[in-house]
Ligand binder design. Structure first.
Ligand code: FAD
Length: 469
């Protein structure tokens, strides 16, 4: 262990551990400070547990419909404690894997709260309150990656049993009979979808006019229709006014005198950056009035030798965006003049049923940006693999720029909703970011029979010569 590290990273979530691993792979001597568990929100109370529970819901759905394949079963029941044990074992395996990887790359991990005490030429971070004891870590460069925590609503005190955020919901030992999910964004809709599939009566309350805002309306409509057909009540354009305790749970009041009685209230109204313990006011690193650390395109804070990445900065709150930012910061430290993250074109995936995946412009945003656009939409109900799997609800929509010859040219956006689309977005994402034309992408072969044939077909349609469509 050196006296002065090349880099010290505060926060061991995706953004911080990506910076640490990538820096160590490049030969830098790296220290990583984490106050809780390596892996951060994503691994312990975010992406991984949420997707694990959604997979339980998928298994339950599959078994419920098994008789349509001639596989006869008794109607499934759910033992949520087994579900939780399985979820935890996936988390534990990934956490051990991450710790092993950091060790293998010779990253020095400190267990404790990191508080920055100097941002002079040599940065110092005081570590306290954890298994590493009270130590001071010094380094030539500092990366802040303290992440985010759930937002709450004044008057809705989180008690872990009747009012929860994502942190508590993901560890419930039993699912509620009924639940109000406040917030119809990506995370709220994933929770609503999961709980409804496992038998909870769900009500979604969303202030915006639509659920999953930002998703192309054609795709969002498919999700909304599916959720409603599975018994979920969706109220959009409504403000939640408050709640009262009833004999059996909570009465949530919303809109113009409406109310719903539920066992569990789930607050899913977004996350706030968590600079609280970093000690930044004392060392000249700015924090804006929303709590974010302002940065430039290379994730520099403006204080020489100090970068900030991940949910701590005002960019898309996604684990893979944090990975990318962690790598940008390291490449900047190495003097490699990194390409900034192209935030507009990052991939987005929502793992509700049916799944949503997209990258690039929606039709509306492309038009707003001044593009003359051509679009093509194809539905999964004609796709052989989707029929085989028994999941034909969904579509692929491709948005392209109309070229001077009037034909579709560069691809601007790919939007998917339907079976396994989170695993199918890759080539759409690549096409958008490669600035590929529909002619170029259409010349590639899609394996048959696959669901990704629908992407190929939709792009081919834009060349003017579809095969099946
Ligand atoms: P975090 O993961 O929040 O990690 C920050 C770490 O810093 C924490 O471990 C914290 O303990 C530590 N820390 C904070 N302050 C200090 C300090 N002073 N000293 C030491 N340590 C400190 N994203 C996706 O891309 N895909 C998904 O499917 C997805 N699903 C999600 C589902 C849910 C329910 C939630 C809540 C989030 C989901 N996200 C998803 C978002 C994703 O989890 C976050 O974007 C990601 O975890 C942010 O990474 P980060 O490293 O910036 O911060």
């Amino acid at each position: 262990m050196s006296d002065v590290f090349d880099v010290v990273v505060v926060g061991g979530g995706p953004a911080g551990y990506a910076a640490a691993l990538y820096g160590a792979a490049a030969g830098l001597d790296v220290a990583l400070i984490e106050k809780s568990k390596l892996g951060g929100t994503c691994l312990h109370v975010g992406c991984i547990p949420a997707k694990e529970l959604l997979e339980t819901a998928a298994v339950f759905r599959t078994v419920s419909h098994a008789s349509t394949f001639g596989v006869n079963t008794t109607p499934p029941t759910i033992d949520f404690s087994v579900t939780q044990t399985r979820k935890q074992s996936v988390i534990d395996m990934l956490t051990r894997g991450l710790a092993g990887l950091l060790k293998h790359r010779k990253v020095t991990v400190f267990d404790g709260i990191g508080s920055v005490t100097s941002t002079a030429a040599t940065k110092t971070v005081a570590v306290t309150g954890g298994a590493s004891g009270d130590v001071t870590v010094t380094a030539n460069n500092l990366i802040l990656a303290a992440g985010s925590v759930p937002r709450t609503i004044p008057g809705f005190d989180v008690d872990g049993t009747t009012i929860v955020t994502s942190d508590e919901l993901l560890s419930l030992q039993q699912l509620p009979t009924s639940s109000a999910v406040i917030g119809g964004g990506a995370i709220g809709i994933e929770f609503a979808s999961m709980m409804a599939d496992l038998g909870t009566k769900v009500t979604v309350l969303e202030a915006m006019p639509k659920i999953i805002p930002g998703v192309d309306p054609d795709a969002a409509r498919v999700v909304e229709r599916s959720l409603k057909s599975r018994g979920i009540d969706i109220h959009t354009g409504v403000m939640v006014n408050g709640h009262e305790t009833t004999a059996t749970g909570k009465r949530v009041t919303f809109g113009d005198g409406q109310s719903v009685d539920v066992d569990l209230v789930v607050l899913s109204i977004g996350r706030r950056p968590f600079a609280d313990l970093l000690g930044l006011p004392g060392v000249g690193v700015p924090v804006d009035d929303r709590g974010f650390v302002p940065v430039d395109a290379a994730c520099r804070t403006g204080v020489p030798g100090v970068w900030a990445v991940g949910d701590l900065i005002a960019t898309a709150q996604l684990a893979h965006v944090g990975f990318a930012e962690g790598m940008v910061a390291i490449r900047d430290i190495l003097g490699e003049d990194p390409q900034p993250v192209d935030y507009f074109n990052v991939p987005w995936c929502i793992y509700c049923h049916p799944e949503v995946a997209f990258a690039g412009h929606t039709e509306a945003s492309a038009k707003e940006a001044g593009y003359d656009v051509v679009t093509s939409t194809h539905k999964f109900n004609g796709n052989g693999r989707a029929m085989i799997v028994g999941e034909t609800d969904g579509l692929v929509k491709v948005i392209a720029e109309r070229g001077p010859d009037g034909r579709a040219g560069r691809m601007l956006g790919v939007h998917m909703v339907g079976p396994w689309v989170t695993e199918q977005l890759g080539q759409g994402y690549l096409a958008i970011n490669w600035e590929a034309t529909v002619d170029e992408v259409a010349s590639f072969i899609q394996p048959h029979p696959t669901m990704s044939e629908l992407f190929g077909e939709t792009v081919m349609d834009l060349t003017g010569r579809a095969l099946h469509g």
